[in-house]
Design a protein around this ligand. Structure first.
Ligand SMILES: O=C(O)CCC(=O)C(=O)O
Ligand SMILES: [Fe+2]
Length: 352
């Protein structure tokens, strides 16, 4: 990645500023009231539900501490990720993603048709993961996708599986809090995750000689229900603040996870909660590692506003869409430079 290929260069209006605003305001939420060993008062619990609801509404992003994920599990996957990316390109490309194998290594990802300054390794939570065979909305055929596992570092598969289980446990806790904050039963979202298409991504952002012209990940929204992200101490994640549209940096906080509302949750909540744009800046000195977990429903889920949240005064703002076809469409545009805009939830918006 030494030389700057024009495919990485952003249009001037999308280039990052070299100075940045530190994340004043991205809420930091202490989840200790729901750690199983704690006795929590009703007031404390209601306070936490409100805090989560307010963060989803006002920011679409928050950080959590005292989340119950053992630090050793995070350190273990972080270490495995560093070892994997340290290898030669030739080794890494042995587990390369392609049109058939959708999980694995990838070093030419595009966000909104500009190449990202990063390399990734994707690992599915469910094996096999069932996905649509094609983008064609009328084609009902599906394919079984498995993980590709590198020889090195040994045990990467088990490390990822183990970490994945921790991510699911934290997801369910967060989904309960979010459901309650929307006035729904705590278990309202549970039914969506049989046959889920969730995955863990290992991200590596090498130092970039021209950080003012390129991005590690261009500005985008996650399609997920939720994303749970671990970032290292380098920093670079920026969130578009809802109040004024400024790009604000999410300050690295030791052992915290960054949570963001994805497009699926935005649609389910009928726009009460919003999936917010974010991006990753790179720098010329230090490489950066991050570990997002994308919580996704089954491919056959028809994503639409929840019945309980719509009525005559507040009608559905979206038409139902098929999750599998939506994600397949996104993945396809991440693969190569296309001359069309990639699929977004507003394409399913019902005009008012
Ligand atoms: O690396 C990060 O901090 C965020 C990455 C991200 O937004 C993504 O992979 O969707
Ligand atoms: Fe993202």
């Amino acid at each position: 990645m030494g030389e700057v290929d024009p495919a990485f260069i952003l249009e001037p209006e999308h280039r990052p500023r070299i100075s940045y605003i530190e994340g004043k305001g991205v809420p930091l939420i202490d989840l200790s009231p729901i750690l199983s060993s704690n006795n929590v008062s009703a007031i404390e619990f209601e306070g936490l539900v409100k805090e989560v609801g307010d963060a989803c509404k006002e920011w679409g992003f928050f950080q959590v501490i005292n989340h119950g994920v053992p630090l050793e599990k995070r350190e273990k996957i972080d270490d495995a990720s560093r070892k994997f990316f340290e290898q030669s390109l030739e080794e890494k490309r042995k587990v390369r993603r392609n049109e058939k194998e959708v999980f694995g290594y990838h070093d030419t990802e595009h966000t909104k048709n500009v190449r990202d300054w990063k390399e990734v390794f994707d690992f599915a939570i469910q094996e096999p993961t069932i996905l649509p065979a094609s983008l064609d909305p009328d084609d009902k055929e599906v394919t079984e996708c498995n993980n590709q596992c590198p020889e090195y570092p040994p045990g990467l598969r088990e490390t990822c599986q183990d970490y994945g289980q921790e991510m699911l446990k934290l997801s369910y806790k967060l989904l309960e809090l979010i459901a309650l904050s929307l006035g729904l039963p705590a278990d309202r979202f549970y039914g969506f995750f049989k046959d889920q298409t969730s995955y863990i991504r290992l991200n590596h952002y090498p130092p970039c000689p021209t950080p003012e012209l390129a991005l590690g990940v261009g500005q985008h929204k996650d399609g997920a229900v939720l994303t749970i992200l671990a970032q290292d101490d380098v920093g670079g994640l920026e969130v578009k603040r809802k109040t004024d549209g400024e790009w604000v940096r999410v300050k690295p906080t030791p052992d915290a996870y960054i949570i963001n509302v994805g497009d699926t949750m935005q649609v389910w909540s009928n726009d009460s909660y919003e999936s917010v744009e974010h991006r990753v800046t790179v720098n010329s000195e230090r490489e950066r590692f991050s570990l997002p977990f994308f919580l996704h429903t089954a491919h056959y889920t028809m994503v639409k506003p929840l019945e309980e949240l719509i009525n005559e005064q507040n009608p559905a703002k979206y038409r139902a869409f098929n999750w599998g076809k939506f994600i397949a469409n996104r993945k396809c545009s991440n693969f190569q430079k296309l001359n069309v805009e990639n699929l977004q939830i507003y394409h399913f918006k019902i005009s008012e």
